[in-house]
Design a protein around this ligand. Structure first.
Ligand code: SF4
Length: 439
């Protein structure tokens, strides 16, 4: 959106497309920018870059930026020969040596979002930053590579007024800060938010306004004083990360703090497939439901699968997980339409009542997890009975099979125990049902 503002400022015509669009490849453009995100989108991104190469006069005129461009700069250059710009456009002259404009400081061009059919949820929100970067260096996070310097204060009034002057008032305020609580100017930032019309209970056109620190806040830095300040704004939801069970006491104390200040709508990214175990993952989800029952909060959990920073696909399996358990989590979420219920009874129905029950569910044939009701007494019950009767060595064999991927006829034929064979048969039959459903 800021790139569009930059070129419109120079009187250029700007078009925005999502993915590979044939009609746009037939024109020769002065410049094409490809904005990248996660490195695990490597194949699709390379395909897109190569697709548009023939729509510019020289590869130099196709510029790739964004997260993947920062993390895999030389790989992209080698693979495509295009110009790759890592990091932020936060100095003049990065795009054009004779330009004095700092692209990152421009007001985003909301108009370009209207040029495609996809409805971006941020259309009716001011998108801004109160800080940039993060002083921390968490191993699973790319922020310090993209924005290595932490800026404690970026004036919100200038950004919000700038958007309002061109596009009129917006309903919500979405702040893309990575670690606002680390800012020395936190009190001033909260004051800015309130003065901009986003104080607690604020409305616009009869609707509640909303402030969302979209990337979450750091539980370690959430003191009583800072929570009291946050509570004076229209924050909804308050996002607090709960990345590992070792943070349990800290996390729970921070949720209690939020409840004390009557901030009850919370949201929680729950990292898994990192150094955690399935049991640790289950417990973190469960703690949120238990806190909801006790404190009257509404904490929505969003499981977030860990993928190494420079991985080119999503196949990574954490040391305490296997492919089937990861697929099992995805199947549970498919059954619940992507939602982890904030209510304990619904959570237990989906994820089980104990960590052991969760692991049993996640190991079931995928079809039995997704269509649980349908198979409850038609396959799943028998599978569970056999699974519980497995000896330790048999369980190990099952885990080894799952570590390889799907259960196949070959695994079945190699097995001599009739009960173990029957267990494997369930996977093969369920796969057939799943395949038939897809056709
Ligand atoms: S605190 Fe958050 S933003 Fe900062 S490095 Fe860690 S995960 Fe990244």
């Amino acid at each position: 959106m800021k790139l569009s503002s930059y070129h419109k400022l120079m009187g250029d015509e700007v078009h925005f497309v999502k993915g590979c669009v044939a009609s746009f490849r037939e024109t020769t453009w002065d410049r094409i920018y490809v904005s990248t995100l996660f490195t695990f989108f490597w194949s699709a991104t390379m395909q897109t870059v190569k697709y548009y190469l023939r729509a510019v006069r020289s590869p130099e005129n196709l510029i790739v930026g964004g997260v993947m461009a920062t993390l895999l700069q030389s790989d992209i250059e080698k693979a495509t020969g295009v110009r790759v710009l890592p990091g932020l456009l936060d100095r003049p002259g990065i795009l054009d040596s004779d330009s004095t404009v700092v692209v990152d400081g421009l007001i985003p061009d909301y108009q370009i979002l209207e040029s495609i059919e996809y409805e971006y949820p941020v259309r009716d929100a001011y998108i801004a930053y109160a800080t940039r970067g993060c002083p921390n260096r968490c191993g699973f996070c790319a922020v310090n590579k993209i924005e290595p310097t932490f800026r404690h204060y970026c004036p919100l009034p200038r950004q919000v007024k700038g958007i309002e002057d061109v596009y009129g008032p917006k309903q919500d305020l979405i702040l893309l800060d990575n670690n606002v609580l680390a800012s020395r100017s936190f009190k001033r930032i909260i004051g800015d938010i309130r003065h901009l019309g986003f104080e607690r209970g604020a409305t616009l056109n009869g609707r509640m306004r909303r402030v969302d620190f979209n990337q979450g806040v750091d539980a370690r830095k959430l003191t009583d004083k800072k929570m009291a300040l946050l509570a004076t704004t229209a924050i909804r939801p308050l996002r607090i990360a709960f990345d590992h069970i070792s943070m349990r006491d800290l996390y729970v104390s921070r949720v209690r703090l939020a409840a004390k200040h009557e901030v009850l709508n919370l949201s929680n990214y729950v990292l898994y497939n990192y150094t955690d175990t399935p049991s640790d993952f289950y417990q973190r989800l469960r703690i949120n439901c238990e806190l909801n029952e006790e404190l009257g909060t509404q904490i929505y959990s969003f499981p977030m699968k860990y993928i190494p920073l420079t991985a080119r696909n999503r196949s990574h399996v954490g040391p305490n997980w296997n492919r089937k358990l990861i697929r099992g989590v995805q199947c549970i979420l498919l059954a619940t339409r992507g939602m982890v219920s904030p209510r304990l009874e619904f959570f237990e129905a989906a994820f089980g009542r104990t960590p052991e029950e969760f692991e049993t569910i996640a190991l079931m044939p995928n079809e039995y997890i997704i269509h649980r009701r349908l198979h409850e007494n038609n396959g799943a019950a028998e599978w569970v009975d056999i699974f519980h009767s497995l000896t330790k060595p048999q369980r190990r064999v099952l885990y080894d099979i799952h570590a390889d991927g799907r259960v196949t006829e070959a695994h079945y034929k190699r097995t001599t125990s009739p009960r173990f064979r029957r267990l494997l048969e369930h996977y093969i039959e369920a796969d057939r049902i799943e395949a038939a459903r897809r056709t």
